[in-house]
Design a protein around this ligand. Structure first.
Ligand code: ACM
Length: 767
């Protein structure tokens, strides 16, 4: 029905040949498609809506100029639409002007990634100077054709004119395949998803302390030994039949990934870490290290002591490795890591100190700079550009080297002032291993929340730079470090939808960024993710349920969502929240026991999975580990032990696992229930190890102690852990009587080298 009316509207205009002019000569019948706001992400440089619309029918044709790359893009678009929209389009390799969709080359389009897209009642036309631009035009067209989740045989597109080009040249996403390994099929899925966000640089973190992931013909031990480690914690469930965790990519697989990426206009930038983060390489070939001892491929997270030595043989090894890397990866940039290199082993080695003196190298930073310069020669001899994390600035860096700024913006500022190109990738905004919300079901990661809005608000160009220096900021990149992103599903959860915000930061003009406009475009984007099978996080829209006692059986309920977008609805009668459910308009009183079920809605669609909470007087005062306060600010993480503890995530401070329940009226409390579990203790803390707090145990397995006020305050309860082995999740009851309002301090005595005991929640039980 809707389509019929749209055809009529456009048909009438067509006969008058005044269709799609910027000022319509006479009113045109409005349709939903013609008036609805368009959900494009990233938002284009310019978009002019015109009257009328084009109706694309199943079976329509894409006509393409005689050009292989353009033809490939047409097939890409047609496959994508078949997969996500249920529309079958034919591709015609003969240039035609009459087809429904026309791709055309035009020398007038300014840059090679730029395109123009015109929708008239007669056809849709994408014009670009280069196949690159045609590809991005095709992505925009796919978005125009997927404004909602419908799968009808026709789709109406409003008449419009788009001109578009990216703001930055480096629109990056990094995946760490070293800490956790992802299969090639997933890498390709991620590349596909990147392309649909107009991202063009995939940095592939292929080597680290915990795994060497690229097969190098000359050095078979790198993959025989270096690619495998002992599984710890959640990895136990992911181990192979030999009880090892790991994997690697063969040259054939890498060529396939590079080809797959290139077909989507993505450059794969390989990262081979040096001189630190080298434990897996040294475990494979101990002669590359300083001590001569063979370390284990590490199962620990953190900063390791292993570092390459500076022998000629080591540079020959790196030369051969990089030679193969540069043969496999045509990327103009080769990333050599350079971060977090602990130089203690260098400083402790007489041989290295002697060589430093011989070379006139004054200190360890200058030695790292010298190391990078040696490797830089190999890279530039092959016409490539070296890029490294911002530590490569220390002690001086090779001419033309590009600096990836991760310890804030300072590296980028310094690099740009020195005339080097730089990519902004600062922690935490660009570190997608940070949590996205404080919801109870948020999986593992680094606890300070990097929300969708935090990413959206990120500005890659530091304001400290002058106009000339600003030109050295060639883009930005988000990083998917995988210590806590154990599986491809977790990687996707961390990446989406923050990648949509990243896309807009990197592609759209700064002035075009508009948070509310972006949010209004997100429901369509989430629908696209569903059509693509993306395991995205709905945390930005999910409803958070907060409760407070209000006397007797009454609880005061507050509902909110992170973005404030959508209408929150809820039920208390056991039914699922739906578009007719009660609208939340402010805190309300619920009578216990009851269960609250809630979701946020926009355009009559639910924006997030329903969240619920059972309310009863017993659990009302419960605080989860992320709601308890850490006793000190140390090294906070959100961890799991898994398998078998699905859904139990523990926030703890690694240096001092100790939690504080604030301001509890103990006179009203009969006892305190504490749910406890364990998490792996697999961390290399380097100098931070000196800050670990260990409290003496009074029995073999230690105790859970609860103190009044602070951790040295009155001992209220001490519960032996003797019957609680690693991996068990148990609730213990601490009975005590006390009076007055106090903080409670909770900690475990003793500390095993293998695991840490952790608190899941604390529930004071009222009298
Ligand atoms: C880094 O996060 N170590 C680059």
């Amino acid at each position: 029905m809707r389509v019929f009316r749209m055809v009529l509207a456009c048909g009438a205009v067509l006969t008058l040949l005044i269709a799609c002019v910027r000022t319509p000569q006479r009113p045109v019948e409005k349709t939903v498609a013609a008036s609805a706001p368009l959900s494009l992400i990233p938002w284009p440089v310019s978009l002019t809506r015109e009257s009328g619309e084009f109706v694309l029918h199943d079976g329509a044709t894409i006509a393409v100029p005689s050009d292989n790359a353009a033809l490939q893009t047409a097939h890409y678009l047609s496959d994508l639409l078949a997969r996500t929209r249920g529309l079958q389009l034919a591709v015609d390799g003969e240039p035609k002007t009459k087809a429904a969709i026309v791709f055309a080359f035009s020398p007038s389009v300014e840059n090679k990634e730029a395109y123009a897209l015109d929708v008239t009642p007669e056809q849709i036309r994408i014009t670009a100077r280069d196949p690159h631009g045609l590809f991005y035009g095709a992505v925009t067209l796919w978005q125009l054709l997927t404004q909602d989740e419908s799968k009808t045989a026709t789709v109406a597109v409003p008449c419009l004119h788009i001109e578009d080009r990216p703001r930055f040249a480096w629109r990056g996403l990094m995946l760490d395949s070293a800490r956790h390994y992802q299969p090639v099929a997933f890498i390709e899925k991620l590349l596909d998803e990147m392309a649909l966000h107009k991202l063009n640089t995939f940095q592939w973190h292929l080597t680290d302390d915990q795994g060497w992931r690229i097969a190098v013909t000359r050095y078979p031990e790198l993959t025989k030994i270096g690619a495998w480690r002992k599984p710890v914690g959640p990895d136990v469930a992911l181990a192979n039949a030999d009880g090892k965790y790991g994997g690697y990519y063969t040259p054939e697989q890498i060529r396939e990934v590079v080809r797959y990426a290139a077909a989507r206009y993505i450059t794969v930038v390989p990262e081979i870490e040096m001189p630190g983060h080298a434990t897996a390489a040294i475990a494979s070939y101990p002669q590359l290290g300083v001590t001569g001892k063979r370390p284990q491929v590490s199962s620990d997270w953190g900063v390791h002591a292993s570092i390459y030595n500076i022998d000629d043989g080591t540079f020959a090894f790196l030369d051969h490795v990089l030679d193969q890397v540069m043969t496999l990866f045509p990327s103009p940039y080769i990333h050599i890591g350079g971060d977090e290199a602990v130089k203690d082993q260098w400083l402790a080695s007489k041989k290295i100190r002697r060589k430093m003196r011989g070379l006139g190298i004054k200190d360890e930073d200058a030695l790292q700079a010298w190391f990078v310069a040696q490797v830089g020669k190999d890279v530039s001899a092959r016409g490539r550009t070296l890029i490294g994390w911002d530590e490569i600035l220390q002690g001086g860096l090779p001419a033309n080297a590009v600096v990836m700024s991760w310890r804030g913006a300072q590296g980028a500022i310094e690099a740009a002032r020195l005339g080097h190109d730089t990519v902004m990738s600062p922690s935490p905004q660009m570190y997608f291993d940070h949590l996205q919300s404080d919801l109870p079901d948020e999986p593992t990661g680094r606890p300070s929340v990097v929300s969708l809005k935090d990413v959206y608000d990120f500005e890659p160009v530091p304001s400290e730079l002058d106009a000339q220096q600003m030109r050295h900021v060639i883009g930005a990149q988000a990083n998917l470090w995988s210590e806590y992103l154990t599986t491809p599903a977790r990687v996707e959860h961390a990446a989406f939808p923050r990648i949509a915000a990243l896309a807009e930061v990197l592609w759209s003009p700064r002035d075009a960024r508009n948070w509310n406009g972006f949010l209004a475009r997100m429901p369509a984007q989430l629908a696209r993710y569903r059509a693509l099978g993306v395991n995205y996080s709905d945390d930005a829209f999910a409803v958070k349920i907060e409760v407070q006692p209000d006397g007797g059986r009454r609880a005061r309920v507050t509902l909110s969502n992170q973005t404030g977008f959508g209408t929150i609805r809820y039920t208390l009668d056991g039914s699922e929240p739906a578009i007719h459910s009660r609208i939340y308009s402010g805190p309300f009183i619920a009578t216990m026991p009851t269960t609250i079920r809630t979701s946020a809605f926009a355009n009559d669609e639910s924006l997030a999975a329903r969240r619920s909470r059972e309310l009863d007087p017993q659990s009302l005062l419960r605080l989860r580990s992320d709601q308890l306060k850490p006793c000190k600010s140390g090294l906070a993480l959100r961890l799991e032990d898994g398998p078998g503890e699905a859904g139990a995530y523990f926030n703890l401070d690694l240096l001092d696992p100790c939690w504080s329940y604030p301001q509890l009226d103990l006179s009203d409390i009969r006892r305190v229930d504490v749910r406890i579990g364990t998490v792996p203790n697999n961390f290399q803390l380097w100098h931070d190890a000196a800050k670990i707090v260990t409290r003496p145990p009074h029995s073999h397995a230690g105790e859970l102690e609860i103190h009044q006020d602070d951790c040295d305050g009155l001992l209220l309860a001490s519960i032996p852990m003797k019957d609680m082995p690693r991996g068990s999740l148990a609730t213990v009851h601490a009975d005590f009587s006390a009076a007055g309002t106090h903080d409670l301090c909770l900690f475990f005595t003793g500390r095993s080298p293998d695991f840490l005991r952790a608190i899941d929640w604390v529930t004071p039980i009222p009298n």
